[in-house]
Design a protein around this ligand. Structure first.
Ligand code: EPU
Length: 418
């Protein structure tokens, strides 16, 4: 069991380079198998989710060349075998092999996906399955194994009850080679969706409207070579920007796309936190006085749920009472208990955190209950007096590339121990 140990209080200065977006990379890698030739994905983040996806590709007999920050994937000899639980349960995004294999082979056998346990009975995938059925597939669930099959996939009009990121991507993957035209209404608009659609279009797919709530896909028979660069990770960027607002000394975050982070930066303006942004680089120092505020998580371009837990640490440093309402997941409050152990005053009512600031944190033994809760523990540890010891760090390593190196390089006293 690994642990992260932080001795708090060190100012952070220098530059942190943001890696490729986890939530894009984990969909681009399965999407690659739709190509009938080979594909190259650049700027793939060095996270454990990447290794888990490569294991699945290799099980499917794909040839993967893993270079420093690129992956070359050749799926010309693909064998469509059952993706067993030991592979699929490593991460949530293993479910993108459903859409990709259904699109390519019209048949998939896969065990339940894994991932952070932050939603009702570990996050349903009913919208994905309904979309596959509307394209002509039949779904059989035997114990924890999904068998999805179509003699033929036919384009269809698909309305999503909620603009789900995963369902939008999975339906795009299944529909790119379907006969005729598919329209996804109430589609998710997150930047990651645009990244995936661009990759598929680079291979010869015909997708328009990605980034809006109506995506149109005209099926094609053949997908050729494709190249894509993973967009910068807006959640990783937000996490380090928040670190800068907490304890930065001219900390530079390189790889910031302002339009992806408007919801965070406009809150910073409201809270009186100063920053400069120029040419994809944001510079920030610890804010002297932070105004309290209210935030509600929403789908893009609203305040993304994934920033909620790191943001909670910043809200504990505001003077007065702040509110954070989580509207996407019903089990994303795992960080609260541990922040309170470290000295915070946070109460949770009806999925809303009521945060009384300002907190002086004391280092403690805490746990990363999920990925972003882990990021919140790291942020609290950076500003706490004394030593913070974080267990369950596998969650953090699934989504933050080289987090120890990135933070130590800018002055943090942080290390990982077995
Ligand atoms: N939902 C359903 N049925 C479905 C699909 C979703 O009820 O079939 C519900 C979910 O339970 C949730 C809401 O709809 O309440 C939104 O879920 P969505 O499908 O949009 O989320 P996701 O695709 O499972 C991705 C990211 C999450 C991120 C959300 C929202 C990946 C691998 N995961 O999840 O990332 O929170 O979109 O933006 O892309 C993270 O990075 O920490 C993370 C959890």
């Amino acid at each position: 069991m690994k642990k992260i140990i932080i001795n708090g209080g060190n100012k952070l200065s220098g530059t942190i380079n943001i890696g490729g977006a986890k939530n894009s990379a984990v969909a681009l890698i399965p999407a690659a198998i739709l190509s009938d030739e080979n594909t190259t994905i650049y700027n793939v983040p060095n996270i454990t989710d990447k290794k888990a996806l490569i294991n699945i590709l290799e099980t499917l007999n794909c040839n993967v060349t893993d270079e420093k920050d690129s992956l070359i994937i050749d799926s010309s000899k693909l064998e469509n075998v059952y993706i067993k639980e030991d592979l699929s349960s490593k991460l949530r995004a293993s479910y993108y092999f459903m859409g990709a294999l259904l699109g390519k082979c019209k048949h998939v056998e896969i065990a339940l996906p894994g991932g952070c346990n932050i939603g009702k009975s570990s996050r349903p995938i009913n919208f994905h399955l309904k979309g596959f059925e509307q394209l002509g597939a039949t779904i059989t669930i035997e114990d924890d194994k999904y068998i999805i099959h179509a003699d033929e996939l036919k384009g269809s009009k698909i309305y999503l009850d909620f603009p789900s990121v995963g369902a939008t991507i999975n339906i795009m993957l299944a529909a790119v080679k379907a006969k005729g035209k598919t329209v996804i209404y109430n589609a998710a608009k997150e930047p990651e969706i645009v990244n995936i659609a661009t990759f598929l279009n680079n291979m010869g797919a015909k997708i328009t409207g990605a980034g809006t709530s109506e995506i149109k896909i005209t099926g094609v028979d053949y997908l050729h070579k494709g190249i894509i660069e993973v967009i910068p990770d807006r959640i990783e960027a937000a996490t380090y920007i928040i670190a800068g607002a907490l304890i930065g000394d001219n900390l530079k975050i390189n790889g910031v796309i302002e339009e992806h982070l408007e919801s965070l930066l406009s809150k910073f303006d409201e809270m009186g936190i100063k920053y400069n942004i120029k040419d994809f680089e944001l510079t920030i120092s610890a804010a002297e006085k932070i105004k309290h505020t209210s935030i509600k998580s929403q789908v893009f371009p609203g305040f993304v749920t994934d920033m909620g837990q790191p943001m909670c640490v910043l809200l504990t440093q505001a003077n007065g009472v702040s509110f954070f309402e989580e509207t996407i997941y019903d089990n994303r409050m795992g960080h609260v208990k541990y922040l309170n152990n470290m000295g915070a005053n946070i109460e949770v009512k009806d999925n809303t955190e009521i945060i009384c600031g300002k907190t002086e944190y004391k280092g403690k033994k805490v746990k990363a209950t999920d990925l972003r809760a882990g990021a919140a523990m790291v942020l609290a540890g950076l500003i706490a007096e004394g030593q913070t010891e974080i267990s369950n760090v596998e969650h953090i390593l699934r989504g933050y590339e080289n987090i120890i190196e990135k933070l130590s390089n800018v002055g943090a006293d942080i290390k990982i121990e077995e």
